[in-house]
Design a protein around this ligand. Structure first.
Ligand code: SOE
Length: 378
């Protein structure tokens, strides 16, 4: 069968551009889809670096001006894989040019931008994704399926952490290609947008809307050298953030993210406690889902550790044989597959920009609450 082509314009050539490019390259090998991705153009500031990226990942051409890629009649989909302060301007221009858009998380610097982006893609009627990849780790998708099956019963608690330790040293600079996440102008916020946004996206998906939040943040290192100016500048991001919340379903939430948890590199965990059971997951052991079913007979009742690698587990029939693991990068392959599939079915791939906007609202409420010390209603 002659496949339909989806021509991709990748804006950015950093970490996320690699995960997305890898996904587009792999997806056809494992999924049977009507559409096939074509890596047309990669765009980045430094021509030689864009060229090196194109050579490594197989892009046909390079560009240094993202507007040219957005205006290129041959491009169908714009991938926004650049620092957060460029998400809105690129995504809105892409939507206005009639392009589909996949935008890295967090969707925007704030709710106002996220709303404008959402309205732009919806007005243009173009398929769009806010790229929260962890939804498509098979164990995480399985958790959602178990919750939706009603097995946990009434939910009482949702708990999530995202712990790292890479900015403890005051010598880590802010700004520039590698450390823009520490510069408030580029990132918007610190761990709230970078890490908690992942936790919030999963929480809203698995447990429904959040009605109110109460947060505290801290910036442990107050000044860092800015790579661009070469000067010591005050740090405007949150290094750590903890918040409590109430969900519309009556459950209580407890969230923490930090880059100051010595020893933890990317310890993303969540646990959900319901009347009839509980679920827990840990990114450091991403193929396993812990599940406790109170309805099990007393003889065998206890926490099970499900190795989510069987043929009937989400996405797993597409990979190797039962029992063999896949990893982090596959969540992006699954997103690519679901997106290509959605072009055939016409059914949107979640999380859409509108879902990303909902996460942004919670992030902004969390930062507001931390500033005022008050509960913030959503
Ligand atoms: C930050 O270190 C980071 O790379 C985030 O930006 C990603 O979204 C997260 O998945 C892993 O950590």
């Amino acid at each position: 069968m002659m496949k339909k082509k989806l021509n991709i314009g990748m804006i950015g050539y950093g970490f996320m551009a690699r995960t997305h490019s890898n996904a587009w390259r792999r997806v056809d090998n494992f999924f049977d889809l009507e559409y096939t991705p074509v890596l047309k153009t990669v765009c980045g500031l430094v021509k030689e670096e864009a060229q090196a990226f194109a050579d490594r990942w197989g892009y046909e051409s390079v560009e240094t001006d993202w507007r040219k890629v957005v205006e290129d009649k041959n491009i169908d989909l714009i991938e926004v894989c650049v620092p957060n302060n460029f998400h809105a301007v690129i995504a809105i221009a892409a939507a206005k040019a009639g392009k589909m858009v996949i935008c890295e998380k967090p969707l925007a610097l704030n709710v106002a931008q996220a709303l404008e982006m959402t309205e732009a893609v919806e007005a243009a009627g173009v398929p769009n994704i806010a790229s929260f990849n962890y939804r498509r780790i098979p164990a995480v998708t399985l958790a959602k399926n178990i919750i939706d099956s009603g097995k946990l019963g009434k939910i009482f608690h949702y708990r999530a952490n995202f712990l790292q330790d890479w900015t403890i040293s005051a010598d880590v600079p802010q700004g520039g290609m590698a450390t823009w996440r520490l510069d408030a102008k580029a990132a918007g916020s610190g761990v709230t947008g970078d890490l908690l946004a992942h936790c919030i996206d999963l929480a809203l998906w698995q447990n429904g809307s959040i009605s109110s939040v109460n947060a505290m943040t801290e910036t442990f290192v107050k000044e860092r050298k800015n790579v661009e100016s070469g000067k010591m500048e005050s740090v405007g991001i949150d290094d750590a953030c903890t918040f409590f919340c109430r969900f519309d379903n009556g459950s209580l939430g407890n969230f923490e993210a930090t880059r100051y948890a010595r020893g933890h590199k990317a310890l993303f965990t969540f646990e959900i406690n319901g009347e009839n059971g509980s679920i827990a997951w840990d990114l450091h052991d991403l193929q396993r889902l812990s599940f406790f079913d109170h309805n099990d007979s007393g003889l065998t009742r206890g926490w099970r550790s499900i190795h989510v690698t069987d043929g009937d587990h989400p996405y797993m029939s597409k990979w190797w044989v039962p029992g063999l693991s896949i990893g982090y990068e596959h969540s992006f392959v699954h997103q690519a597959a679901d997106f290509l599939e959605s072009l055939s079915t016409g059914k949107a791939t979640c999380p859409t920009f509108r879902d990303g906007l909902e996460t942004q609202k919670v992030c902004d409420a969390v930062l507001d609450s931390a500033k005022t010390g008050q509960w913030v209603n959503l």
